[in-house]
Design a protein around this ligand. Structure first.
Ligand SMILES: Cc1cc2nc3c(=O)[nH]c(=O)nc-3n(C[C@H](O)[C@H](O)[C@H](O)COP(=O)(O)OP(=O)(O)OC[C@H]3O[C@@H](n4cnc5c(N)ncnc54)[C@H](O)[C@@H]3O)c2cc1C
Length: 454
């Protein structure tokens, strides 16, 4: 890693103040490794701007000094996009945090890029609304990171991914020019969707400093069922039926018996359904009125359910949700592992789930494959433990199978550095060339996350 030139260090310190330019390796090390421990890099500095003006000045210094920048929010990203793998300077959004405005009549909320998803939920709730995007890393993952990855999570089946919640973004492009779309309204048909361009851009076009987000009605009444299926094929058909017939459907999350045992052992509790069936699906419904009868009727009409438990009160729902939400953490206890977040067309999903462990075993006989995901969106998380972090054979085997079955190599985590080699195979060379042209226009010197995505 190249140390920061004295002129660059002086210029960055002049922008943010010396206390927000971190160069002590003991302090910066935590910013250089990802959540899984698979992606480890090093950085000469972490810089923490406190305003959009400071971000623009940092980008100007980077262009002048030939520095590469990696934007970093909560550092919960799972594809190696948020860490400085090639000695880049990390730009932390920690000081760009806070909800600055809530419009309770329009159902809109404005927040700094470093605001956590949990803080957005709290502010929305205080205004009588809810935020439609949620997942287990909510206490650390940020607004900026969720936009940059187009994060999905538990409620995509009802509200869509982050892209569907973003009305407007404030950002600094890699050119140093600002974008101020924070005033955009629900209906606005004026030209290109520049804020939308930043959704899924993974820090390669610019740094998001704030966003105006769409809120959804708060639905106070909830019911959760854990359904047992003999096969993934039965579960896929049942979830399709629930999407058609259960208007209050908020989430449909699946995992297999192996994951049920792993997470129960990790939590030190009995599995949600004991003994764990081949496939467990957690189905949540929400409404203004108690949805338990609606949920029970929908479940009663399903084929293939071999057992079920329903939780109506908060503590029992939370206890059931812990089984699903602690899965990532439980797998992490097995050591650094490969995480492959993919989506499949519904007709191909069950066969893929059956076949993928064998494909992994062919290239890595000692590996274990763990499968769970957001079944309502055709999204599976393929986790592989017991392989070297730098061994790409497993990734290649899984992603080749995904493409062969008409799926997507990234459902919600992004491409990062982990899947960069696969982007053209997924999207085609014309689409990648168009993306490169957009990047060249908005980040002409290539200072923004140059080793990610493209
Ligand atoms: C336990 C656990 C569960 C998870 N569950 C889900 C899930 O269900 N669904 C899901 O979608 N994800 C999930 N994730 C992944 C992760 O939380 C998301 O990808 C999240 O959006 C990352 O946000 P972050 O603030 O941590 O971003 P980071 O990890 O810091 O960064 C992610 C990417 O965004 C870029 N970036 C960050 N901030 C900005 C900014 N302000 N401007 C421009 N670029 C920026 C980074 O450069 C990087 O490329 C999970 C992660 C964990 C650890």
């Amino acid at each position: 890693m190249r140390p920061l030139a004295p002129s660059a260090a002086r210029a960055l310190a002049a922008v943010v103040g010396p206390e927000h330019l971190l160069t002590d390796p003991a302090v910066t090390a935590g910013h250089a490794v990802d959540w899984t421990g698979r992606f480890r890099g090093a950085t000469p500095a972490v810089v923490r701007p406190g305003s959009i003006g400071e971000v623009a000045a940092i980008v100007a210094v980077a262009r002048e000094e030939g520095l590469a920048l990696v934007p970093q929010g909560g550092n919960t990203g799972l594809v190696g996009g948020s860490v400085p793998l090639a000695g880049e300077v990390v730009v932390s959004t920690a000081r760009l945090a806070g909800v600055t405005a809530v419009d309770p009549d329009a159902g809109l909320l404005t927040a700094g890029a470093g605001t956590t998803i949990a803080a957005v939920h709290a502010a929305a709730r205080a205004a009588g609304w809810a935020y439609g995007v949620d997942w287990a890393a909510r206490d650390s993952a940020t607004v900026g990171g969720s936009i940059a990855t187009n994060g999905g999570g538990l409620h995509v089946v009802r509200h869509g991914p982050t892209r569907a919640q973003v009305l407007g973004v404030q950002a600094v492009w890699g050119s140093g020019a600002p974008l101020d779309d924070l005033g955009r309204l629900e209906k606005d048909a004026t030209g290109y969707d520049l804020s939308g361009l930043l959704c899924g851009s993974e820090g390669t076009l610019g740094l998001v400093t704030a966003a105006r987000l769409r809120l959804v009605p708060h639905l106070p009444e909830r019911a959760l069922a854990a359904l047992a299926f003999a096969s993934m094929a039965d579960a896929v058909v049942a979830v399709g039926a629930l999407r058609r017939g259960l208007p209050g459907l908020e989430a449909a999350e699946a995992y297999r018996a192996a994951e049920a045992d792993l997470v129960a052992g990790h939590l030190g509790v009995a599995p949600a359904l004991a003994p764990p069936p081949p496939v467990t699906v957690l189905v949540e419904a929400a409404g203004h009125d108690d949805p338990v009868d609606e949920l029970a009727a929908a479940v009663a009409g399903l084929d293939g359910v071999v057992d079920a438990v329903v939780a109506t009160d908060g503590p029992r729902r939370a206890a059931l949700w812990r089984h699903r939400e602690s899965l990532t953490e439980a797998i992490a206890t097995l050591g650094p592992h490969h995480k492959l977040d993919v989506s499949l067309p519904a007709p191909a999903l069950a066969a893929f789930a059956e076949e993928v462990p064998a494909r992994v075993a062919e290239v890595a006989p000692a590996a274990r494959t763990w499968l769970f995901g957001h079944l309502g969106d055709g999204n599976l998380h393929v986790n592989v433990s017991g392989v070297d972090p730098d061994d790409h054979a497993v990734d290649d085997a899984v992603l080749a199978l995904v493409l062969d079955r008409g799926g997507s190599i990234s459902a919600e985590h992004g491409v990062g550095t982990a899947k960069r080699a696969w982007l053209a195979r997924q999207r085609g060379s014309d689409a990648v060339a168009a993306m490169a042209a957009v990047k060249a226009a908005l980040d002409p010197d290539g200072v923004m996350n140059p080793h990610v995505l493209l």
